[in-house]
Design a protein around this ligand. Structure first.
Ligand code: HEC
Length: 243
């Protein structure tokens, strides 16, 4: 009985501490350097009473500013949105960024170099994330089969990943994850062992692949993109392991 009480007490304590902890917002370097994040976060905190701490892009966070379309606001030559997994604090922040006050705050920011930001009105139709045509279930199988000998794809091959290789969840949490995936065959170390039918040049006969080659089609890659698009960005709350 006493044990039960101790357990309940520690659960209660954990709950309370969590509520008081600042929610972490991961801010890409360019956005941080512009001064925008330092400007916007305290103004929201002031209105909401919620504490938000800014962390860098590779760190675990409850929410992230990511460069993407459709955008919540635009600045520094690209669109930005707030990515999160329905964390209540992140939802309030997103709502505020979309509200009149939030939009005015966004637009009142002036960077040291004079550049400004624009709040983007999101019409009902443009709220959906970009879609990928590939077959997601197939993409999961293809990811495991083609990429899973080096990358952690999901729980089912968590033990197989190579240490310094980013997991797919980590890749997914990068602002330009789709670009990186769509061009992975051009990015090291893949060119030396990857063949996408009708896309890559054949291997140089004088430089045979050093390992079992990775042979696939563009359809396979589309399926992988569709699968990764549906992943939660590194399960935002969970620790990321970025080397
Ligand atoms: C033989 C091992 C191996 C296989 C197989 C492999 N990768 Fe990789 N991949 C790596 C390593 C190692 C890195 C990290 C490279 C670095 O950080 O310099 C990487 C990095 C990446 C990156 C990030 C590249 C960047 O420049 O940001 C993407 C995207 C990627 N892999 C996609 C894939 C996909 C998709 C597949 C399967 C179709 C795949 N990889 C198969 C080893 C592999």
């Amino acid at each position: 009985m006493r044990r039960l009480r101790a357990v309940l007490m520690s659960m209660w304590l954990a709950g309370t501490c969590q509520a008081q902890e600042a929610a972490r917002l991961a801010v890409p370097e360019v956005l941080e350097a512009s001064g925008f994040a330092q400007f916007i976060v305290p103004r929201f905190a002031l209105k909401s009473g919620l504490r938000i701490s800014r962390v860098s892009q590779g760190e675990p966070a409850e929410m992230r500013f990511v460069a993407t379309d459709p955008a919540l606001f635009e600045g520094l030559g690209q669109g930005w949105t707030l990515m999160h997994q329905s964390d209540p604090r992140a939802m309030r922040f997103a709502d505020w960024l979309r509200s009149d006050v939030g939009r005015k705050t966004i637009e009142s920011f002036v960077a040291p170099d004079g550049s400004t930001f624009k709040a983007v009105l999101r019409s009902a139709g443009s709220q959906t994330a970009p879609t990928y045509d590939g077959d997601r279930a197939d993409g999961e199988q293809k990811s495991l089969r083609l990429c899973g000998r080096c990358h952690v794809i999901n729980d089912s091959n968590r033990m197989n990943g190579m240490g310094a290789t980013p997991s797919f969840a980590v890749l997914r949490s990068m602002a330009d994850w789709d670009d990186r995936l769509a061009t992975f065959h051009l990015r090291n170390p893949h060119p030396s062992f990857t063949q996408i039918a009708d896309v890559t040049d054949p291997f140089d006969p004088r430089l045979p692949p050093p390992i079992v080659p990775l042979e696939m089609t563009q359809t396979d890659l589309d399926a992988i993109l569709a699968y990764v698009s549906g992943l939660s960005p590194a399960d935002l709350g969970a620790p990321l392991h970025v080397q």
